[in-house]
Write a protein that binds this ligand. Structure first.
Ligand SMILES: [Zn+2]
Length: 377
């Protein structure tokens, strides 16, 4: 008897029972199951993950708190079996906007956070943009469209145990360097809403986010119509766990100190307060399973965990300068600075008033460290 496999099967069974109990046909997110299975199958990843967990237990992303917004370049792979799945660009733009609102805490429904949890709300400082350059340096709009003849390609496993979606030869779309881009795949996943790999839980060729095309961007679904399946999955990509942990009990936790312990997921749109494990539950968090219109927040602890991933295994994303976003041009007090962040090329600092003379400046690295400072008398 292989106990790991047994535990995985048991966990899947529990999930199935949970779904029946909640009278829901769909499994919201495969994160826990696939993470366990991949780690079980790959001793190298398992060892790397263990080292990272030990490291992240003693370090934090506090260095990154000092710097201005982090901009993550995104490439969206639309892998479609039929026309309906070949979603329009406008849906993709609406998804990027949703990510930016939710991760910056500028979402229109932030005020719905119950008073008792308001002090926990965090603006993560993480922004997203569609990449304007492919891995070979060619211009791109950050959107790839790939037809496939494989039904439900998002859950298909091909030769050698490879996931079809990530490979052109298996009728998917080849991943762009997953250290430099956040790869988001929009595809048919059957009844599953989404999936993402946490750091060191996938080989680089399969390290990305998958979203069911039904739920990507602003859409007509009554439960997941706002694009927050993607907010949830990108949270996983930056190492967030489900708010209740991975087991349905009060012992297991998400590893974040400011989120209260919670027995298991919530579905639909529960009304606050609900309690489990001796405290009020934070089911309105993006890392629960409630409807899109009933989740509004990340916590400060979750923010630090994500920044820790960005200063650790996902650090190369910080140094990417491949964005289409107008925010790469920074304008403040009549001063224009671009590109922001700057790569190896020049950094242009321009005053909109030709009579101005810039007297001093301080230059910070991506990690928030002071690189140089000039003061003129
Ligand atoms: Zn999840």
């Amino acid at each position: 008897m292989n106990w790991n496999r047994f535990a995985l099967q048991l966990s899947l069974s529990l999930l199935a029972i949970g779904q029946c109990f909640h009278l829901r046909a769909q499994v919201p997110c495969l994160f826990d199951e696939v993470k366990e299975e991949r780690l079980w199958n790959n001793p190298f990843l398992k060892a790397q993950r263990k080292i990272w967990e030990q490291h992240s237990a003693v370090s934090s992303g506090t260095d990154l708190l000092l710097r201005s917004n982090i901009i993550i370049p995104v490439v969206v792979h639309v892998v479609y079996f039929n026309d309906e799945q070949n979603i329009p660009d406008t849906r993709i733009y609406s998804q990027i906007e949703r990510l930016n609102q939710d991760f910056s805490g500028s979402n229109e429904d932030l005020n719905n956070v119950p008073n008792v949890f308001k002090h926990l709300v965090a603006k993560t400082g993480i922004e997203f943009c569609l990449a304007n350059e492919d891995p070979d340096g060619n211009f791109s709009n950050g959107i790839l469209r790939v037809p496939t003849s494989i039904n439900r390609i998002g859950t298909a496993i091909g030769t050698g145990g490879r996931r079809n979606i990530f490979y052109e030869e298996l009728e998917g779309s080849e991943i762009w360097d997953s250290e430099r881009y956040l790869n988001i795949y929009v595809c048919d996943m059957g009844e599953i809403a989404g999936f993402a790999s946490a750091p060191f839980t996938a080989i680089p060729q399969e390290d990305g986010v998958l979203i069911n095309s039904k739920y990507f961007g602003v859409n007509n679904d009554p439960e997941f119509g706002m694009g927050r399946v993607c907010t949830h999955e990108v949270g996983h990509f930056f190492d967030l766990n489900h708010i209740w942990g991975s087991a349905l009990d009060c012992e297991d936790d998400d590893g974040i100190s400011d989120t209260p312990r919670q027995m298991g997921p919530y579905f639909g749109c529960p009304s606050h307060p609900r309690t489990s494990c001796g405290s009020e539950d934070l089911f309105m968090n993006y890392m629960d399973y409630v409807n899109d219109s009933c989740m509004f927040m990340f916590t400060a602890g979750q923010k630090l965990k994500m920044l820790s991933a960005l200063s650790g295994p996902r650090f190369k994303l910080l140094h990417s300068t491949i964005c289409n976003d107008p925010d790469t041009v920074m304008q403040e007090n009549g001063i224009t600075i671009f590109p922001n962040p700057v790569g190896n090329g020049p950094l242009i600092v321009h005053s909109n008033n030709s009579d101005d003379l810039i007297q001093s400046w301080e230059l910070y690295s991506m990690e928030g460290k002071l690189i140089s400072a000039i003061f003129r008398k």
